[in-house]
Write a new protein. Structure first.
Length: 82
């Protein structure tokens, strides 16, 4: 459920992606949460993912730096020249 919410929020058109998932995988039990009985849990999962994404954007814009990748750390450039 969280993976699907993450992919939907990363999509340029989340509504269309959700409808395509339902159209192509409507009979798949793994996507039952998209409709019916689990609607509240699905909406809660999307809201949590939206909040997490917003927190990440706020942290990155406020100058808090995450460790993403360590460029040049342990580079082989010095070792290959000798």
């Amino acid at each position: 459920m969280q993976r699907t919410a993450n992919h939907l929020l990363a999509s340029p058109n989340p509504t269309q992606l959700e409808m395509r998932i339902l159209a192509n995988h409507g009979t798949d039990k793994r996507f039952d949460f998209l409709r019916g009985r689990w609607a509240r849990a699905w909406n809660l999962s999307k809201a949590k993912e939206r909040q997490r994404k917003q927190n990440l954007e706020t942290a990155s814009s406020s100058g808090v730096k995450a460790l993403g990748t360590l460029a040049g750390y342990g580079s082989d450039d010095d070792e290959t020249s000798s």
